[in-house]
Ligand binder design. Structure first.
Ligand code: B12
Ligand code: SF4
Length: 654
C-alpha cells in the first residue's frame, strides 16, 4: 500500500516558497528564545553487517537537516542527540541552557521504533505544565504516524504532533505556532490553541491527536500528503547541523556544550549529504518512488560543491555519502553535479581534490553513463552501491542481468570506482545451484570475481509504504512470533528472516550467514594479501591539488607515495578483516533467532499493522496516511452524504 500521490501538478511547492518561509521565520525568531532537543532513535541490537560502522560513524542526515533548519531560521539553542552515541539519554532528565527545552523532537526509522517509543514515553513523564512540545518525524512515522500515539488509558503517552514530511512542514508548523504564541507561553499550550482552532489543518504533512480528558488519543487528524520541495538548493545549509551534535556519553542528561567543530570528525568520519532524491523505477517492495510522488529532485552542482567545501573546511571531514536513491536516475542532473565537482578538482580546489564520496545507483542507469565514468571519478566518486538485487531477474527486472552487471563492474573499476553490490535474498532463491546463476553463492562468486570488495545481502522484508507491504501480511507471509518470541521492530533490518513462505525458514537465515561467511573469511583475507582486488586505477592517486603536488619533491613525498601504494594494495585485505569482525557480531545477533526458527511454531499475521485510533482528514475525508486504509479489523464509516457520493471518510476499528 503506497502513500497516495497529490494531484498532478500539485506535488511540489512553488519555487521560492521555502526561501520565503525561512525569511519570515527569521523575522520573528528574535521574539522567541526557543530551545530544542532533537533525538535520533537507535536500537543497538541492530548493529551488524552490512551496516556496521556507517550506522554509528555517520551522523544521520535527517536530524542534522532538522537541526540546521532550526538554526537557519534563528533558533541556535538546538542540540542533536544521537542514541547511537548516547544510549542512556533520558528526555525526562534533559536540560538545555539550564531548563527543559521548548521543543523535543524524535526522528526514527521503523526498526528503531522501540527506542523511539521509549523516548516519547519518557518525555511524557515530564509534568504537563513544563513538558516540551513533542514532535515526531522521520522515515518511521512518514508511513505509520499512528504508531506514536498510545491508546492505553492507564499509561497515556504519545507525540503531540507527527510531521509526515520534511523541513518545510516543520517550519510551517512553527510559523503558525509562533503566530499564536503569547509572550513566553509554553509551546505546548500554543500548540493546543492552534490545533483546536483548526489553524494547523491547512499544513499538509501533519498528524495530531484529539485526546479525551485523561490524555488518551481518541482520534487522529491527518492533514494530508506534504508538498515536496523541488529545488533542494532552497534548503538550509548542510554544514549547520554538525555544530549541534551532543558529545558521546553514558549519561542520561545533556552536556554543557555541543561537540566543538574541531572534534566533529573524530566522531563522525563520514558526512551524508542530500544531493538528489527519488527514483524512476517502481520496485514493488520499495516505498521510495511513492514517497517522492514520482518526482526526481536535487541540488545544483554548485550547491553540492559548496556544502562539501564548508564541511571539509569547518570539520575536516573527507568522506561523503550521497543519500541518493538512484544518483544516475536523471542523467542531466547527474552530469551537471559531476561536471561542477570535476571542474573544482581541475581548478585545484583543495577540499574537492581531497574528498571522496559514495552513493547509490541502478545497474541500468550506470551503464547509460558509461562514457562519462572517468569524469564521474574525477568528481570524487569513489564507491558506487549498485542495486543488483538478484541477477537472475527472479525477484525484479530492472535491467540488471548477469552480463550487464558484470560489464558495469568492469567499467566502474576501469575508471577507478569501486562497485558495491546490494543483493536481496528471497524465498525463490536457492543458496547454490550447480548450473546457472540463480544461487546466492553463485551470484556472490560472480560479483567477487568481477571485483566486488564489499557487498550487502538482505532478506526481502516487508517495508511500510511499499506496494507489496499489505499483501505480505494478508497472505500470511509476515511472522507475528516465532517459538513464542514476538517479532520486534529491531528485526526489520533485513538480517532476520521475519517473512517467508519457506517451510524451513531457518535455512533462509543460515543462507544469509553462509553468504557473508563465503564473502568474508580468513582464506579470502589471505588471498587478498597475495592478489589484491583493491588495486584499481587511481586507487593510489595523489589527492593534493595538482598545483601543490607539483611543488612537493621531498623525502616526505616518498613516504606519502609509499603510503598511498600500500593503502591501495592492502585495501582489499582490510575490508576482509573488517567483514570478518562484523561477521562475528552478526552471528552473535542472529544465531538465537535461527534457533527459534528451527525449533518453534510460527505464528503469522493475517492483517497488516494499522492504526488502532480512528483517523480522518481535517474535513472528515479519508486520512491519507491511514495505511493500510482498509484491513479486516477496520470498517469504514461514512456519513450518508458521503456514501451517496461514494466517498468514504473515517477509518474506525471494528
Ligand atoms: C543513508 C541511508 C542509510 C545509512 C544510514 C547511515 C546514517 N547513520 O545516516 C545506512 C547505510 C547505515 C542505512 C542502513 C539502513 N537503512 Co537506510 N537509508 C539511507 C538513505 C539512503 C538516506 C537517509 C538519509 O540520510 N536521507 C536524507 C535525510 C535528510 O532524509 P530523512 O532521514 O528522511 O529526513 C528527512 C525527513 O524524513 C524528515 N525528518 C527526519 N527526521 C525528522 C525528525 C523530525 C522531528 C521532523 C519534524 C522531521 C524529520 O526531515 C528530514 C529532512 O528532509 C535512506 C533513503 C533516503 N533517500 O532517504 C534509507 C532509509 C532511511 N533506510 C532504510 C532502511 C530500511 C535501512 C535498513 C534497515 C536496511 C534496509 N533493510 O534497507 C538499515 C538500518 C541500519 C540501522 N541499524 O539503522 C529505509 C527506512 C524505512 C523506514 N520506514 O524506516 C529508508 C528510508 C530507505 C527506504 N527503503 O525507504 N541507511
Ligand atoms: S531501483 Fe532502488 S530506489 Fe528505485 S524503486 Fe527499485 S529499490 Fe527503490
Amino acid at each position: 500500500m503506497e502513500l497516495p500521490r497529490r494531484d498532478h501538478g500539485d506535488e511540489l511547492l512553488k519555487p521560492g516558497e521555502m526561501t520565503r518561509l525561512r525569511s519570515s521565520l527569521r523575522n520573528c525568531a528574535a521574539q522567541h528564545d526557543l530551545t530544542t532537543v532533537i533525538v535520533s532513535a537507535f536500537d543497538h541490537r541492530t548493529q551488524m553487517l552490512p551496516f556496521f560502522y556507517a550506522d554509528t560513524k555517520m551522523a544521520p542526515a535527517g536530524v542534522r537537516a532538522i537541526g540546521a533548519a532550526m538554526v537557519d531560521v534563528g533558533f541556535p539553542k538546538t542540540r542533536i542527540v544521537l542514541q547511537q552515541w548516547n544510549r542512556n539519554f533520558r528526555p525526562s532528565q534533559m536540560r538545555l541552557e539550564g531548563h527543559l527545552p521548548d521543543l523535543f523532537m524524535v526522528s526514527s526509522m521503523a526498526l528503531h521504533a522501540g527506542q523511539c517509543d521509549a523516548m516519547i514515553r519518557d518525555a511524557c513523564r515530564i509534568d504537563p505544565a513544563h513538558r516540551p512540545l513533542i514532535i515526531a518525524g522521520g522515515p518511521r512515522v512518514i508511513y505509520e504516524p499512528w504508531s506514536v500515539f498510545s491508546t492505553d488509558p492507564d499509561h497515556p503517552w504519545g507525540a503531540d504532533v507527527v510531521v509526515t514530511g520534511e523541513e518545510y512542514v516543520l517550519l510551517s508548523l512553527l510559523e503558525v505556532l509562533l503566530s499564536v504564541r503569547a509572550g513566553n507561553e509554553p509551546m505546548r499550550s500554543a500548540f493546543v490553541r492552534a490545533r483546536d482552532s483548526g489553524a494547523l489543518d491547512g499544513i499538509p504533512g501533519l498528524v495530531y491527536a484529539k485526546t479525551n480528558a485523561t490524555g488518551v488519543a481518541e482520534e487522529l487528524v491527518d492533514t494530508g500528503i506534504q508538498r515536496l520541495l523541488g529545488d533542494l538548493d532552497e534548503l538550509p545549509h548542510a554544514a549547520l547541523g554538525f555544530r549541534l551534535l551532543e558529545p558521546p556519553s553514558g549519561l542520561a542528561t545533556l552536556g554543557p556544550v555541543a561537540i566543538p567543530a574541531g572534534q566533529v570528525r573524530k566522531h563522525t568520519r563520514l558526512a551524508s549529504i542530500v544531493m538528489t532524491q527519488g527514483c524512476r523505477f517502481s520496485c514493488p517492495y520499495c516505498p521510495i518512488p511513492a514517497y517522492n510522488q514520482r518526482q526526481h529532485r536535487g541540488k545544483s552542482g554548485q550547491r553540492i560543491a559548496d556544502e562539501i567545501e564548508r564541511i571539509f573546511i569547518e570539520y575536516d571531514i573527507r568522506l561523503f555519502f550521497g543519500t541518493d536513491d538512484n544518483f544516475f536516475a536523471d542523467r542531466r542532473r547527474a552530469m551537471e553535479i559531476v561536471e561542477t565537482l570535476a571542474h573544482k578538482v581541475h581548478a585545484s580546489s583543495r577540499p574537492h581534490c581531497k574528498i571522496r564520496w559514495g552513493t547509490e545507483a541502478t545497474v541500468q542507469d550506470t551503464l547509460k553513463m558509461q562514457e562519462h565514468l572517468s569524469l564521474v571519478r574525477k568528481a570524487g566518486l569513489w564507491a558506487l552501491w549498485l542495486g543488483v538485487e538478484d541477477m537472475s531477474g527472479a525477484l525484479v527486472k530492472k535491467g540488471q542481468n548477469q552480463d550487464r552487471t558484470v560489464e558495469t563492474f568492469h567499467l566502474l573499476r576501469e575508471n577507478g570506482i569501486f562497485p558495491v553490490p546490494m543483493l536481496m535474498h528471497h524465498d525463490a532463491q536457492p543458496l547454490y545451484t550447480w548450473r546457472g546463476n540463480q544461487g546466492l553463492l553463485n551470484q556472490l562468486g560472480i560479483l567477487r570475481k568481477a571485483g566486488a570488495l564489499y557487498m550487502q545481502v538482505l532478506m526481502l522484508t516487508p517495508s511500510p509504504g511499499a506496494k507489496s507491504y499489505e499483501d505480505a501480511f494478508t497472505s500470511g507471509i509476515a511472522y507475528k512470533s516465532v517459538d513464542g518470541v514476538p517479532v520486534e521492530p529491531s528485526m526489520r533490518s533485513g538480517m532476520h528472516v521475519i517473512a517467508s513462505r519457506n517451510p524451513r525458514p531457518w535455512i533462509k537465515q543460515l543462507n544469509l550467514l553462509a553468504a557473508y561467511t563465503y564473502f568474508f573469511n580468513p582464506l579470502r583475507l589471505l588471498f587478498a594479501l597475495i592478489c589484491s582486488k583493491s588495486r584499481i586505477p587511481l586507487a593510489d592517486a595523489e589527492t593534493w591539488p595538482p598545483a601543490v603536488a607539483g611543488q612537493q619533491r621531498s623525502r616526505k613525498d616518498f613516504k606519502r607515495w609509499l603510503t598511498r601504494k600500500l593503502r591501495a594494495y592492502l585495501g582489499d585485505a582490510a575490508v576482509q578483516a573488517f567483514g570478518i569482525w562484523g561477521l562475528l557480531h552478526t552471528f552473535r545477533r542472529t544465531l538465537g533467532w535461527t534457533y527459534h526458527l528451527m525449533r518453534g511454531k510460527i505464528e503469522r499475521h493475517t492483517t497488516a499493522p494499522a492504526s488502532h485510533i480512528p483517523m480522518r482528514g481535517p474535513d472528515g475525508t479519508m486520512a491519507q496516511h491511514a495505511l493500510p486504509s482498509v484491513t479486516l479489523s477496520i470498517t469504514t464509516i461514512s456519513t450518508p452524504g458521503e456514501l451517496e457520493e461514494g466517498r468514504p471518510s473515517l477509518n474506525r476499528v471494528a
